[in-house]
Design a protein around this ligand. Structure first.
Ligand code: NAD
Length: 248
């Protein structure tokens, strides 16, 4: 294991197929807290609030937390230099896809095009009764919770994955394909705690991909699959990487 940005840039330059795998850490500098760690969301909220069975039986309680976590401030979050660096790398054909565990829509806002949203997206809401899909902007999320479908008064659920739900079929298939076919896999800001997303780096590594990891601290991956560990904030490390790749 080495800690060297020039080495990472060289590996990426020589690769014909590079995939980035992002987690909550890349959005921390956009003002969105991660789940884990001392300032993480789980220090304030009970993860059970995002369990699908709990949501179905107590939608008003789950929705109170969902509104505070995902809709009160997430809508004003903007992409940071880390998101923008990945979009720039894709534009320069140095990145072929992003697999993201995030549901914050910031990769899209930064201009990335090929994105597999492993856990769905908060920008859509779906009616649990008639399956009508709404854009978040179409729904007024007030203190009168849960929000209801305009057509059938069914309860609306954010179109991201709750604990106990399956991964969206398309994103799951495309992520596995991307992981298996890539030459370089860049892990950015994820603890590696969430199944089954956390299996993707191991899959890529077993298939011969070089693993570059960016994180403020070592993760589960650092000593197991990582070839090059770049310690630091995602926005700073990715900005330095862009310079090394002559893209800045
Ligand atoms: P996590 O909360 O388990 O771990 C966050 C990781 O990011 C840690 O390893 C931490 O060391 C690292 N980190 C913190 N700040 C960083 C920075 N500035 N730069 C680089 N790394 C940094 O998050 P996870 O592994 O993504 O998994 C938890 C789940 O959290 C995912 O399913 C995801 O959907 C969900 N989540 C998403 C958002 C979002 O959409 N922005 C926010 C919170 C949680």
């Amino acid at each position: 294991m080495i800690n060297y940005i020039g080495k990472a840039a060289e590996i990426i330059s020589l690769s014909k197929n590079t995939v980035a795998f992002t987690g909550a850490g890349i959005s921390v500098e956009s003002g969105i807290p991660p789940f884990r760690g001392t300032s993480g969301l789980w220090s304030k909220y009970d993860p059970m609030l995002l369990d699908i069975n709990y949501f179905t039986s107590h939608p008003e309680r789950s929705w109170k937390a969902i509104k505070e976590i995902f809709y009160d401030f997430l809508s004003s979050a903007k992409p940071n230099p880390g998101h923008i660096a990945l979009a720039r790398m894709e534009e320069a054909s140095l990145l072929q896809a992003i697999i993201t565990q995030n549901i914050d829509n910031l990769h899209q806002q930064a201009g990335s095009k090929v994105i597999y949203e492993y856990h769905g997206n908060s920008q859509k809401l779906v009616c649990m009764k008639c399956a009508t899909v709404y854009e978040a902007g179409e729904v007024t999320i007030t203190d009168e919770l849960p929000p209801k479908c305009a057509k059938c008064r069914g309860i609306l659920k954010p179109n991201f994955i709750f604990f106990g739900e399956g991964i969206p079929e398309y994103a799951a298939r495309m992520s596995v394909e991307a992981g298996y076919s890539c030459e370089v896999f860049i892990i950015i800001g994820t603890s590696g705690e969430v199944m089954p997303a956390n299996l993707l780096p191991g899959m890529a590594s077993q298939n011969g991909a070089k693993i570059i990891e960016i994180n403020t601290e070592p993760s589960k991956y650092t000593r197991s699959v990582t070839d090059v560990f770049l310690q630091g904030k995602a926005s700073e490390v990715l900005t330095s990487l862009l310079c090394e790749l002559n893209l800045k």
